[in-house]
Design a protein around this ligand. Sequence first.
Ligand code: PAF
Length: 282
Amino acid sequence: MEIIHDVAKMQARAETLRQEGRRIGFVPTMGYLHEGHLSLVRAARRENHIVAVSIFVNPAQFDRQEDLQSYPVDFEGDHAQVKAEGADLVFVPERQIIYPPGYATFVDVDRLTSRWEGAYRPGHFRGVTTVVTKLFNIVRPHRTYFGQKDYQQACIVERMVRDLDMDIEVVVLPTVREPDGLALSSRNVNLTPEERRQAPMLYQTLCWAAERIKGGEHNARVLEEGMQRMIHEGTTATIDYVALCHPETLEPLEQVAGPAVALLAVRFSKARLIDNLLINVH
Ligand code: PAF
């Protein structure tokens, strides 16, 4: 496995591989890898000749400095894990390589970015789409892998790739969960033991909504109120949002009469968690 820190070297490596007819699968990450990331690396391993992983804690997508400073880092652990999964290339740039002095160009996706995470984390998605565009230009993948856990992020990246005619296939893979249903996240380490005990309630709430919909309750407000009640009664978390939305436009629904996605975000004392569930109404 080769570790590359330099943009020109990574681009040259990618160019050679492309000329040799090798297909590059790419998993962008911010490190502190868990099973969720590794499931993406494994899929990339199965479906491509070459697997590239990037590890870069992107300052442009943090709306709060303290969040950036407290973001967990474990380069040794990450390195060992991606190596064990058979990655070929790991791109690990320094911050000033990605954002050199004078850096002034940003990529912004309209509409899809304004609600939900976008409303609570101003500038977050602009930072994500900017760095993902740069990483695509540097790693030059044929396919890229994202987790459904960050549902809105995956929708936005798919939109950007279509809108900007990027010749890249975006693969979105299911959320990996703990046995008790909690979605894996680098932020789970910031839960207190008591909050960790409460946190599976988030997934239970999403499953409850899916069951109620199957059972014939289609009124989104009634469902959202039920979900809010469960979170209030079962946890000490503060709710940022709980919403039933169209799975592509992410516009809130009034009636859940077709495909939908349930999205939620809550704040525990030191960890903000998000989760979602796709719901199919027949
Ligand atoms: O999902 C993430 O870890 C990040 O948002 C990403 C896609 C690596 C961009 O920094």
